[in-house]
Design a protein around this ligand. Sequence first.
Ligand code: CAA
Length: 380
Amino acid sequence: MDFKYTEEQQMVRETIREFALAELAPGVAERDEKEIYPTKAMKKLGELGFMGVTLPEELGGAGLDMISYCIAVEELARVDASTAIIISVTNSLAVYPIELFSNDNQKERFLRPLGEGKMLGAFALTEPEAGSDAGGMKTTAVKDGDDYILNGAKAFITSGINCDIVLVFVVTDKEKGMKGTSAIIVEKGTPGFEAGKRENKMGIRGSDTAPISFEDCRVPAANMLGAEGMGFKIAMTALNSGRIGVASQALGIAQASLDESVKYSKERVQFSRPIAKFQAIQFKIAKMATEIEAARMLLYSAAARKDRHENYIKEAAMAKLFCSEVAVRSALEAVQIHGGYGYIKEYPVERFMRDSKITTIYEGTNEIMNIVIADQVIGR
Ligand code: CAA
């Protein structure tokens, strides 16, 4: 693939890079240490249009293409992977499925404010006993007049505490298996909807991850996205796009690991010369740079297919699989290159190592990515 950025894509990179360095870099270590949510930065990102990157302008978004979206998430993650995942989840897992499956009323009530950055979206599929086996969900929604009554518990919800709306996947007809699942939008503050205690995580500690629960939670039937029975299809459609977002986040962490490794190896002197002069270090850096470039091209091929409205299920899964593995390998090598300094919090690479790991787990573990890829390559 012969790839060249458009002027617009280059401008997106410059804008978001500048933003990340000015607004996210100061305090990133403290937010990680103390689990502080990036409230001020999120507000500004919303004003800049980064909560609805690919949403058309007439619906309240920035109307950019998918590669611009990848660039934006990558540049955020290069500085702060926590902010990057908050942006990725609201764009890919809330705005995108709502854009695709909503009616006009839902577009005005939810999509426009999400795209304009006035609302933050979350996505609640996972349950304590239904992770990779998403179809095994148990949360129910029972029709009662003009409402549905929700009961059940969801786990590991990104922005579970700070979100304004959450797209919840529920069982509406347990006889029909996955075809008996539905997606419904629940607003924060709805009686019976509660977020639990924030999880104390290994990485991405600036973003909040929490369990949420529904106890006789009455939600207007007008909030159902698509029709009853479309839940699993909506979830998978959102996750295909989400996997591009997570791949972009992983790429940002990998790039940051490379940047820090190059900088440190030029400064650090051992045996009377910068360690960058040693082939042992040069080979590590060459491998990281090569893998990162390959990861970026794989990611852009998935993004470009999505922009062209082609099937991108396989490419998104490949991008998520490969970019996340490259992120983990690059972050580990960055720590190794930094030696003892890589193991302490004075340098950011130990945070990259902790942040990178989750990219191989969420939005479908890499084991699930292999299943998705094999299904697409071999057929069922
Ligand atoms: N895109 C579109 N359709 C898909 C799909 C995909 N990626 N994967 C499966 N499907 C479709 C299948 O084609 C099938 O459709 P038909 O019934 O029409 O044939 C249907 O979904 C059921 O598929 P399977 O028979 O393969 O179902 P399964 O139960 O054996 O496996 C799975 C499905 C792929 C493993 C799925 O459960 C899955 O993706 N699991 C991972 C869940 C996941 O990614 N969770 C992430 C949580 S969200 C999160 O992490 C967000 C965050 O906060 C950061």
